[in-house]
Design a binder for this molecule. Structure first.
Ligand SMILES: [Zn+2]
Length: 456
């Protein structure tokens, strides 16, 4: 018995230092990983990257759920196969791009439109590097080379939270030069929970207590303007601001049921909403890092006391985008709320989808001179300002404090905005439909967004 105890003691005596040494090694290894920010495998992969030639990135912008970038690379020799990839040696995703070749120089961009490019919602939870991959075949042998990218844009690192899905989010840190041996652009993707002040979606129920928008008196079959005091001789009073709020609340409820974290620029009929500064209707979506921003309005023909012959849905969208999501909104709201697209032709781009740009005359009449607006700028401040650099936001507070300031005017990381005119309040059939079908407008809206996010 005694002898056994002694052996045990002896084993313990040697085992303890060995275990301690091992633990120490593990700590050192983990520490090393932390210092370099990349694992050994990743480091091995990064060592294979070319060190004499880099691509340059001249511009990169997040708009909604997409990152688009453009740049160029000049190679020593012609290559057979050239690709843009996100890779760590283990996982590799090919990024579609538009490539223009001039001899050995390749100019590239990820997309033509602002709401296309790298879909940040679809990236795996890993660390990935943006690289140019070339393949050259020489006598049956294929040589693969990776080239890294150098930041020549005016922007620095970016941070993106993915939309909430099954109560989960990823945080994506898009960071330059995380590896000492060459310039890099790393996408560090990790699961996280949304910070309290970060949201998926912002809704702006148009107008507020001080500005009701269109008001009408309606008894189910006749519409007239309220009297000078804002009262109705017959029927009930309908304010656009309240109608916007009711539909927005329904949309919010349904989006939350679908799992999204949603905020609104106002929550009651009595709220006042400012446009600029912090948490204004033009800034809140970006203050809260929302991916989408939706303004909900109801239309009117602008004829005082008149009845509108126009009716139906109008969706106002930004410049330089594809209409995938816009088309889903039109289709799904029409189907769900039994409405039609508007017959208005002014500013019409496609069935129900409108783009209202500034005219030369409007720019000249701009009360703030010199105006920094162009005919490529969207007239609706809500769309123009929310989109930052993508939509050519203009309000920079030059004549502060009277001139409004958009803190996100030059931002390359913004929400994608849409402005809805759900129907005409001075059209009897539209107004009846809006009053009786609020829920269905919201249902169509949410279906459209779900459909868009599930595509690709
Ligand atoms: Zn309105």
């Amino acid at each position: 018995m005694r002898k056994r105890k002694q052996i045990k003691k002896k084993i313990l005596k040697t085992a303890i230092p060995i275990t301690s040494a091992l633990i120490l090694l593990i700590i050192l290894f983990l520490g090393y990983q932390k210092i370099t920010g990349s694992s050994i495998k990743e480091k091995e992969f990064l060592e294979t990257i070319e060190t004499n030639t880099y691509a340059t990135i001249d511009n990169y912008v997040i708009y909604g759920i997409h990152l688009r970038l453009e740049g160029k690379i000049t190679l020593e020799n012609q290559v057979e196969n050239i690709k843009l990839v996100l890779s760590n040696g283990k996982t590799e995703l090919e990024i579609p791009w538009i490539l223009e070749q001039e001899e050995n120089t390749y100019n590239f961009k990820t997309s033509k439109n602002n709401n296309e490019g790298i879909n940040l919602e679809k990236l795996p939870e890993e660390d990935l590097y943006l690289l140019i991959k070339t393949e050259t075949k020489e006598e049956e042998k294929t040589t693969t080379k990776y080239y890294s990218v150098e930041n020549k844009s005016i922007y620095k690192n970016l941070e993106y939270y993915t939309l909430t899905k099954n109560h989960k989010n990823n945080k994506i840190n898009i960071e330059w030069n995380t590896y000492e041996n060459c310039p890099t652009l790393r996408f560090k993707i990790k699961e996280t929970t949304l910070p309290e002040n970060v949201y998926d979606i912002t809704i702006d129920p148009g107008h507020d207590v001080t500005d009701p928008g269109k008001t009408v008196c309606f008894n189910g079959s006749n519409i007239i303007d309220p009297d000078w005091y804002g009262n109705c001789e017959f029927g009930s009073l309908y304010k656009e601001s309240d109608m916007n709020l009711y539909v927005s609340q329904k949309i919010k409820e349904k989006l939350e049921e679908a799992g999204y974290k949603v905020t609104m620029t106002r929550n009651t009929e009595q709220d006042r909403v400012k446009v600029y500064d912090k948490m204004g209707s033009a800034t809140m979506a970006n203050d809260t890092k929302s991916k989408f921003s939706f303004a909900i309005h109801h239309n009117s023909s602008g004829i005082n006391g008149g009845i509108s012959y126009l009716k139906g849905l109008e969706l106002y969208v930004a410049n330089d985008i594809n209409f995938d999501l816009a088309n889903y909104f039109i289709e799904e709201i029409m189907a769900s709320a039994s409405t039609v697209t508007s017959s208005k032709t002014q500013h019409l781009s496609e069935n129900g989808i409108y783009q209202r740009f500034f005219t030369e005359k409007e720019i000249l009449e701009d009360d703030v001179q010199p105006s920094n607006k162009t005919t490529n700028n969207i007239w609706y401040y809500y769309i123009r300002e929310v989109g930052g650099v993508s939509t050519g936001a203009t309000n920079d507070g030059r004549y502060a404090p009277t001139y409004p300031k958009n803190e996100h005017q030059k931002s390359n990381n913004t929400a994608e905005p849409y402005l809805f005119e759900l129907g005409y309040m001075d059209n009897v059939s539209d107004l009846n439909n809006i009053i009786n079908n609020k829920e269905n407008y919201a249902t169509g809206f949410v279906r459209a967004l779900q459909k868009y996010l599930e595509q690709e």
